[in-house]
Every structure is written in structure tokens, then in C-alpha cells.
Design a binder for this molecule. Structure first.
Ligand SMILES: [Zn+2]
Length: 540
């Protein structure tokens, strides 16, 4: 059945604005002047009038953690304002305990201590009062801290007299006893361990449900496709289970963790599994994070723990890994945040992409990427541009984590996440969220790319701000290129998947201050609505 969409502004991101669009068999059949679109439709086509809304290409999140989002969505929502204080968090954890299977930890997430009525982290005693007899964990929204109850501290092997572990810290009470709050390194290990254990215990239907819940979250934000930035065997099976059941509501492009590539190849699951699930990229971590001050930098941080960050692989190891994956035809995506890590990664890419002696460099046909690229200073930008490296980065970090960046990089604060310089250098730059680290809301990312304003109101690098059109491109055309799917998604053009997002206003002419007030009215994947806040489109 043909579906004609009209009475809307279509931001095609390919051929300017249009007045109408025709959807046929899950694809865009025509887009252009209203009369032309009507003329192209079969007799008896359905017509949906969109009440003056704005239609943009389905928004793409080029780097996030879809299964983590689904996993946390299955636990207690302890975010603010849903849970305004610690008594409400306790009640939500108690409810979650009743539905959490034996052997799994009771899980809550999303709190921000300074948004709580009490303006402090909950403690083990707070959690013990809700869940006294089995392990419970409450994750901070940043996923850089969490709170454990007493049974969880015991099961994790954390004891009162213990010193802080390397790369992390424990919160303590006035007597020096653990108060249940765990920061950074041990927190990441706990999250990973809990996720992997719980996924391994789920059957296919439960895994599919987890992906379905994540999909609902992304769909409500207007997202139609995402790169999952640490796909593993268990999360892949969850996506595959959802895909087989027809509940995978967004397209997944998997970045498979480097130590699981052998499994992927031997399982025969590599490649385009379906129109909604593809795994053709490999993820490597070169260093730590910016807000945990573990990104590998030249020099030392002026803030605790005053180190130079952590480099997980040196140039030679990286070169060896990239050579191997490149020869197998994989796109390589390397997490690199600090300038020392970015330098090592560019050295390695340069060695692999150099081509045989005497021959010109072979370009970057597989579109190898750098993930994040936070401290990519001008000389490194020039090298990345010359090599044709693609960048997937997170403008939304600026409003959520930017003040911490400014404290850790006082001299270079205006050069962090240099979206403007990247684009001026001709680099392909994809927008993304790194959710659940921050919200996956792409409108927030678009706003931050335009404003670059931190939570405290500092503007980091005003020269790095993007115009609205370029900010929207991060989440559409540029992200499609970064996921090597530009012939299928990323713009409203005939022949592409009918993936689009209906917004209450256009991000191109709403001022940046108003962008976060734009509402997602509908999200459509392959011609089928996966989210509607108002009934605009026929569902079947
Ligand atoms: Zn990530």
C-alpha cells in the first residue's frame, strides 16, 4: 500500500526542503513537490497529513550501548524527577526486588546526587533499608559511580579496611568504613560482570524483551539506527532474538569487541544479518575516559589522581591489530580520548594505510574510525584529515560533563571535541551519545554542537560551534557514512529505507536555545511507525 505524507516540511539532507514524500514497501519512492508526490502514488494510496510538522531523516546514534540501555531499563528507574529523594529510591528498589530473579542483583539506575532532595549519594545503609537480604546496586546516571548495599559489597569482595583500588575509589563514612559508593574502575568491572552474568541467564525471549525495551527508549527519542559500540556474543544473540521476533525497532550496526572477532567469524554471523542487524566493524579501546581522567595525555592532569592516563595498547600493538582486521575487511573503530592515545592510533593507522613502498597511500576505503577524539589538537586533526579517518563523537558531553573536562584540561579547554575544526578539515564526523553514559537524546546533541555550553554555563571553544545544518548532519548523513550505510539511510531520497522522524518543529530554524523543547511526534523505521506520541500515521 502506498502512503503519501504531506502538510509537513521535509528536511531531506540531500536536495533541500520538500513538500511531500511517498512511501512504498518500506522505502522512499518519491520526495519533492506535493503535486509530484501525489502523481507518483498508486490510485487509492493512503494520505497522512502531518499538521505542519517537520520530517527529518531517521536520526542515527553512531556510538552507544544499546544492550546496556535495555539492561538498565529492566531495573528500577531511580532518575530525577521520577524519584525525587532517597525514600522514593528505596521504594523503587523494593519494587524491583520483587521482580528480580534469584541470583541476580536488584538493580536501579539514573540518579544524580545533586538533583536529589538530600543532595548526596545514597549509602549502603539507605539501600540496606530497602533490600537487606540480597545484593542490590544503584548506578549513577554517568555510570562512573554506583552504590552497593551490604550483601553486594560482601559478594563483590569489598571490605572496610581495604585501600582504594587502582583506577578507582571507595566512598567512606567518618569512621573510614565503606559507605557503599564505588567510583570508576571497580564500578566498570561490576557493571560489566553483572550485565554479562544476567544476560547469560536469560533465555531468547527475555533477551529479545531487553532489546525491545531499549528500542522503545531510542524510538521515543527519534532514533532509527545505532552503532552498538561493544557488541559481544551475548548481546549479539539478544539482538538476533529480537530481530527474529520482529521486535528490533532500530537498525543496529555492531562494533564487535576485538577479542570476540574470532568467534564472530567462526560463527558465520558476520555481515548483514538482516536489514536491521549488521556486524562489520571491530571495537578497540586505546585509552580511558575524559571525566575519569584516565584518557592518555602528554603531561599530567592538574586534578586528582594527577596521572597521565592509561594507554591500553601502544602503537606497535595497535598496528598489528589493525593490520589483521583490515586484511579481513573489517572497519576498525578505536576509542581514543587523550592526545597521547590519538597520536598512537594515528601512527598505527598511518602505518596500515600507507600502501606498498613507492605507491601512494591507499586512502581509507573501510572508513576506519576514531571514537570520541576528545583531546584531538590541531596537528592531530591535520593528520586525521590527511588519512581520511572518520570520527564518531558526542556533542552532548559538553553540557553534561563539560565542566569536568574544563577542570581537567584548563589550558586546552577550548580545543576539546573540536567539531568545527573537524568539519573545516573535511573529516566525516558522526554524532552520537555513548548512552547510557548520557541520555541518547539527539536533539540535545544537536543543541550542544551549536552552543557548546557546559552545565555551569561556560562556553568551551566558541569557534568550534556548528551551524544548525551541520549539527543535524552529524546525526543523519555523516552518521550514515560512518556506519557505511549511506546508500540505505541518512537522508530522504528515493530508494532509501523509509526511516524518518517527525518533529514538532525544525531544528534548522528553531534557535538553539529552543531545540530541546522540540517534540518527537513519530519515529518510523522501514515505513512502519515504531513510536508515535500523537496518532499521525497509519500503524498497519
Ligand atoms: Zn562507548
Amino acid at each position: 500500500m502506498d502512503l503519501v505524507l504531506e502538510d509537513a516540511v521535509f528536511v531531506t539532507m540531500a536536495a533541500g526542503l520538500a513538500e511531500g514524500m511517498l512511501v512504498r514497501d518500506g522505502r522512499i519512492a518519491a520526495v519533492g513537490p506535493a503535486e509530484q508526490v501525489r502523481a507518483a502514488a498508486a490510485p487509492g494510496a493512503q494520505v497522512a497529513r502531518l499538521g505542519g510538522a517537520t520530517v527529518v531523516p531517521g536520526l542515527i546514534d553512531a556510538h552507544c550501548h544499546v544492550s546496556d540501555v535495555g539492561y538498565l531499563a529492566a531495573g528500577a528507574d531511580c532518575s530525577q524527577p521520577a524519584a525525587p529523594g532517597i525514600p522514593e529510591i528505596r521504594a523503587r528498589l523494593r519494587d524491583a526486588a520483587a521482580r528480580t530473579p534469584d541470583g541476580s542483583w536488584v538493580t536501579g539506575s539514573g540518579y544524580v546526587e545533586y538533583k536529589l532532595r538530600e543532595r548526596r549519594h545514597p549509602t549502603r545503609a539507605d539501600l540496606d533499608a530497602a533490600v537487606p537480604d540480597r545484593p542490590a546496586v544503584l548506578y549513577h546516571t554517568s555510570l562512573h559511580a554506583c552504590v552497593l548495599n551490604t550483601p553486594a559489597l560482601r559478594e563483590a569482595g569489598f571490605a572496610d579496611g581495604q585501600p582504594d583500588p587502582p583506577g578507582g575509589a571507595f566512598g567512606r563514612d567518618a569512621q573510614g568504613r565503606l559507605n557503599g559508593v564505588v567510583y570508576e574502575g571497580p564500578m566498570f568491572a561490576l557493571f560489566e560482570g553483572n550485565l554479562r552474568r544476567d544476560l547469560s541467564r536469560m533465555d531468547a525471549a527475555q533477551r529479545a524483551r531487553l532489546v525491545e525495551m531499549a528500542g522503545q527508549y531510542f524510538a521515543a527519542l527519534g532514533i532509527t539506527a545505532a552503532c552498538d559500540a561493544d557488541l559481544r556474543r551475548d548481546s549479539f544473540s539478544a539482538f538476533a532474538a529480537a530481530d527474529e521476533r520482529g521486535v528490533l525497532s532500530l537498525r543496529i550496526y555492531g562494533l564487535v569487541v576485538h577479542d570476540q572477532v574470532d568467534w564472530l567469524v567462526s560463527s558465520g554471523l558476520r555481515g548483514r544479518h538482516s536489514g536491521r542487524l549488521a556486524t562489520e566493524a571491530v571495537k578497540i579501546w586505546a585509552d580511558g575516559g575524559m571525566s575519569s581522567r584516565s584518557a592518555a595525555i602528554h603531561g599530567t592532569y592538574p586534578v586528582p589522581p594527577h596521572g597521565s592516563g592509561i594507554l591500553f595498547f601502544g602503537r606497535d600493538e595497535l598496528t598489528e591489530m589493525i593490520t589483521d582486521f583490515d586484511a579481513q575487511g573489517f572497519q576498525v573503530c578505536i576509542h581514543a580520548q587523550g592526545d597521547r592515545a590519538i597520536e598512537a592510533v594515528l601512527d598505527a593507522y598511518a602505518a596500515v594505510l600507507a600502501g606498498p613502498p613507492g605507491q601512494p597511500p591507499r586512502g581509507n576505503p573501510l572508513r576506519h574510525r576514531i571514537e570520541h577524539g576528545g583531546a584531538m589538537y590541531p596537528a592531530l586533526i591535520a593528520r586525521a584529515a590527511e588519512l581520511g579517518i572518520v570520527i564518531a563523537s558526542q556533542p552532548g558531553f559538553l553540557s553534561t560533563l563539560g565542566d569536568g573536562f574544563a577542570a581537567a584540561f584548563p589550558e586546552q579547554r577550548d580545543q576539546l571535541y573540536p567539531f568545527g575544526s573537524w568539519r573545516r578539515a573535511g573529516i566525516t564526523v558522526a554524532g552520537s551519545s555513548d548512552a547510557p553514559v548520557i541520555t541518547a537524546d539527539p536533539l540535545l546533541g544537536i543543541r550542544d554542537a551549536m552552543l557548546r555550553r557546559t552545565g555551569d554555563g561556560q562556553v568551551l571553544g566558541p569557534g568550534e560551534r556548528l551551524a544548525a545544518q551541520d549539527a543535524l548532519a552529524l546525526y543523519t548523513t555523516q552518521a550514515a557514512l560512518a556506519a557505511r550505510q549511506e546508500t540505505e539511510i541518512g537522508s530522504l531520497e528515493p530508494g532509501k529505507h523509509a526511516d524518518f522522524t517527525v518533529l514538532s518543529a525544525s531544528p534548522l530554524d528553531t534557535g538553539p536555545e529552543q531545540i530541546s523543547g522540540i517534540q518527537v511526534l513519530a519515529t518510523v523505521v522501514g515505513g512502519t511507525p515504531v513510536y508515535q506520541s500523537v496518532s499521525l500515521l497509519p500503524t498497519g
